[in-house]
Design a protein around this ligand. Structure first.
Ligand code: UDP
Length: 376
């Protein structure tokens, strides 16, 4: 019998961990393959929470994050650190996810060693290298290097084919974020104590319609975040709604949100939620305001309208399906679109349809089978 192919999964942030864990669990359970895991620690506490709940134990942990580190310094640290791990592990494949600095440096370090790269969530493009920044360029670099592209949708597959990627290397697998969401929903049903941490804020806002909010994108720093905060402040003047806003640990985000929203009675600025609590927040929300990528995929699967506070999206599938709407970062527009959903039942019903353009929850198994069938 051939020895199993070794797949080294490399990631460093919370959203990568959420999308990677179903695949890593699948790789680890398959006797045809051997799974190794390296985390960069690009996020720390919020990454560790996902590792813990999903039972992933990294074989390597680089802890690359330094306070106020520039992107240049982060890139250098990641590239050298990940390269050393690859020299030690000598994997048959390196698997990266999405578009972070960790994913880009993981792909580049593997390329420098002629190790083939597989890319989970391949082919997302906004068409604008400044939105989202620097992720659009990160994923284009990975797309150039990868030997296997796991595209979540046909739209993503088409984007890769337009860039002359070899069609036989592109596979439409769905997005593993839906596998993760199914898994966490089932886990919460069995262990409701996992979401007990929201009980106080749920009690405080009983009888009000909940709006779940997240906002942390770099390209919204300097102007965009202030405009978003101002929109939330204006919406919070209504007494029939309450905003629950887990604030990203980035100090740029914290400062703006605490200054503008710190004393609003109908806004709960809370610590970032671990994944089970965030799934609960999506579940109790009437609608979602976000600039996050992953949340744009999760909310449609739960039938929750999403207003996307960004100028462009690399996830047009939700917009095309009518469950997501791009509203940008203009204060008046955000307030107008939110109030329309709150006050116009028809407008709300048109968006609040459970729809799953991003996957059927079987993505991880498809990917495991593709690895097992592909000789490198
Ligand atoms: N998420 C979480 N806790 C939070 C906010 C988000 O667990 O307080 C999860 C959410 O379920 C989604 C992912 O984190 O799967 C999205 O991450 P983020 O918005 O940080 O990154 P992006 O998707 O924009 O890259």
């Amino acid at each position: 019998m051939n020895s199993p192919q070794v797949i080294l999964s490399v990631f460093g942030t919370r959203p990568e961990a959420i999308k990677m864990f179903p695949v890593i669990r699948g790789l680890a359970a398959d006797p045809r393959l051997e799974s190794r895991v390296c985390v960069s620690g690009q996020h720390r506490a919020i990454l560790d929470q996902v590792l813990e709940i999903s039972g992933i134990k990294p074989d390597h942990d680089l802890a690359v994050m330094q306070p106020d580190q520039t992107l240049d310094a982060l890139t250098v640290n990641l590239l050298t650190g990940l390269g050393q791990v690859m020299d030690e592990e000598k994997p048959d494949w390196v698997l990266v996810q999405g578009d972070t600095a960790t994913a880009m440096c993981g792909a580049l370090a593997a390329y420098y060693r002629k190790i083939p790269v597989a890319h989970l969530e391949a082919g997302l493009r906004s068409g604008n290298i400044h939105h989202p920044w620097p992720e659009e360029v990160n994923r284009k670099i990975i797309g150039t290097i990868a030997a296997l592209h796991f595209a979540p949708t046909e739209t993503a597959q088409q984007a890769l084919l337009r860039e002359n990627v070899n069609p036989s290397t592109v596979h439409v697998t769905g997005n593993s974020v839906i596998d993760a969401l199914h898994w966490i929903t089932g886990t919460i049903k069995q262990r409701p104590e996992l979401v007990a941490g929201l009980a106080d804020v749920e009690k405080r806002f009983a009888g009000k319609r909940i709006i779940g909010v997240t906002s942390h994108r770099r390209e919204n720093f300097g102007g965009g975040l202030e405009a978003i905060a101002e929109a939330i402040r204006r919406l919070a003047e209504r007494n029939d709604v309450a905003m629950i806003f887990p604030v990203h640990p980035n100090p740029n985000v914290r400062k703006v949100m605490e200054t503008v929203l710190g004393d609003c009675a109908n806004v709960a600025l809370i610590e970032p939620l671990d994944y089970p609590h965030f799934a609960r927040l999506l579940d109790i929300s009437t609608l979602i305001l976000t600039d996050s990528g992953g949340v744009q995929e999760e909310a449609p699967a739960l039938g929750k309208p999403v207003l996307v506070m960004r100028e462009t999206t690399e996830r047009p599938e939700g917009v095309e399906a009518g469950t997501a709407k791009l509203v940008g970062t203009d204060t008046d527009r955000i307030v107008y679109e939110t109030e329309r959903l709150l006050d116009d039942e028809g407008a709300y019903a048109a968006m609040a349809r459970a729809h799953n353009p991003f996957g059927d929850g079987q993505t991880a198994q498809r990917i495991v089978d593709l690895f097992a069938q592909t000789d490198c």
